[in-house]
Structure formats: structure tokens, C-alpha cells
Ligand binder design. Sequence first.
Ligand SMILES: [Zn+2]
Length: 357
Amino acid sequence: MAGDILQRFITYTLNIKHLSPLTHLSNLIPSSLPSPRPTVAASRVPSLFREPYILSGYRPVKQDWRCYLLSVFQRHNESLNVWTHILASVVLLLRWWANVGILGYTLDAAFLPLILFLVSSLSYMFLSVTAHLLQSHSEHAHYFFFFMDYVGVALYQYGCSLGHYFYTSEPAWRESSISLLFLPRAAFFGWLSCAGCCFAKFRYQRPYPLQRKICQLIPTTLAYLLDISPVIHRLFTVSWTHEPSQLFHALQIASFLLSAVFFSFPIPECFFPGHCDFVGQGHQIFHVFLSLCTMFQLEALFQDYAKRRDMVVEVFGKRQLWWACVSFPALFTCCILTALITMRHMKKQLWQNKSSK
Ligand SMILES: [Zn+2]
């Protein structure tokens, strides 16, 4: 249906090009779009693309790039991984505007961490959608887009730590030793998560050994424990009846822990090989819980911001808020460089593997 409409639009555009002096522009419009090829069994794709216990629904490699973009409307074993984060981005933006409408905001330094949290959340969702949509093109694409996905994860971790630090932390936590150099340490652990995940993907080939998960999980767990520490402290020291955001913070932690379980283990597909190829894979459930975690965080941070916005600048100072603003793109640059350097080594390895065959 969408293809028909697009085709009609293209035909119409090609007809009017004879009437228009801008012929060279209309020449750029393709006369037809390629259709993605039907999905295939796991045995028909290289081992790199095969997921444990997922036996069918794979998109063939080496199709036109547009086929992978258009595969957003195709039924394959990555469809739900793509759509969970597309829908989550839309809901996140809707909840953002709703909260802004209800609670109001002033575009000043105190609002900055909330904007960075939104940017970091949308970044990880966008990079995840890109990775799941385009990775099937080739081994090169698979590595490149998943390295970029890890950049998104690092940014999101740091975005969370900014929100928790500026809006959620209690005076007693800020006086404790854990708060010392909190933001530089959070940025470092964010980068370490990205570097650990990139290294694990570069170093270990399928079937992946346990060490790969360890390389991914240790830095991300360290980052999470630090980033969540102001929230944990408040949940245990402040009455839940006085702080409306407490419930949302508890829900964000519960969602994150559940997402970590489904990220770490291929459940439920390990119990039903071939039955979760399209719906019900552990990775899809991981996406759902991580998206829920982000939603609950947004609600909690808006509540905390509404209550404390007048004292944020007074407590932390404008300098620290602006430092947070600068450190965010700096972390992004470091992570991108790490991903690109790993990609360079990966390219060499792929080339060596090809020439040794
Ligand atoms: Zn994913």
C-alpha cells in the first residue's frame, strides 16, 4: 500500500520533470524502490548473524541498503527489536511534552541536565534502531552499527548520571565520599562500558564464550552502580510519602534489573528453539524493559526537577552545570573515536579472514 502510493508519487514527479527546469534534481529520484528479499533460515546466513535458538526470519546479506531501510515494514526476526525502540522514542517525546506542559520549565542552566537526559535517551534508541535495521547488510556493517550502538549506551548512562546527580541526590549523599568527582567518574565508566563492549565484540567470535559477556557486563555494572547510587541512597533514607518521585525511581530500578536478566540470558528462546523467531525473544523483552526504565526515569526526573529547580543552581553552581554540558559532547567524541579505532582493527581482521580462506 505504502509502496503503491510512493510509486504513484514518483511517477507523478517524473512526469512533471519535463515541465520543470530542475530536471537534474528529478533525475535523482529513483524510478522504483527495491523490495527486500524474503527472509531465510539461519543456515543461509553467515554464522556472525545467527542468534542462538533463533532458527528463521533472517534477512539475506548483501542486498541494496534501501532494502534494509524498507525492511522496517517487513516481518523478520529483528522487526520487534526495531519497533520497540521506535515506539519508545515516540512515547518518550510525548511524555516529555506532556510533562513540560504540566510542570512548566524555564530555559536556564537548571534545565540543562534534563535536556541532556532526553538527548542521551533518544540517542541510544536511535542508534539501536539503526543497528538492528542495518546490521544484516554485511559483516562490516554488523560490526560498525553495533559499535555505534555501544556509543549510544555510554551516552545514556552518562545522561542518567547527570539527572540523578543534579535532581535526585540528597545533601547527605553529596557529603559522602561516593559523590567525590562523581561526574568525571561517571563519564569515565560510561566510556569504559563503550570500550569494553567494543573490545568484547572485536575479540570474541561466535559461538561467543562467557568472557564476552563478562567484558560487557563488568564495566556496564560498575557504571550503573555509580550512576544509581544517589537514587538508592534516597530510596533508603527519605520517606516515600514526601517525595512523589520515589515510586518512579523504584520502578526504574526494577525495570533495569529485569532488562539486565533478559540481556544476559537467551530466555525464553532457549526453552523453545525456533518458536520465538519473530515474537518473544529475550532481546526484545530486554528492549521493552529498558524502554520502561527510561520512561520511569523521565517521570521521576521531571518530578525531582519540579521540586528542586529553584535550588539546583544554588547548590551546584552554574560552573558545574556548564561543565556537565561540555563533558557530554566530550564523552561522545571519546566514544566515537574508540568505536572507530576498534572498527579499523576489525576491518583488518575481516580482511585477513577473507584472504586466509
Ligand atoms: Zn538491541
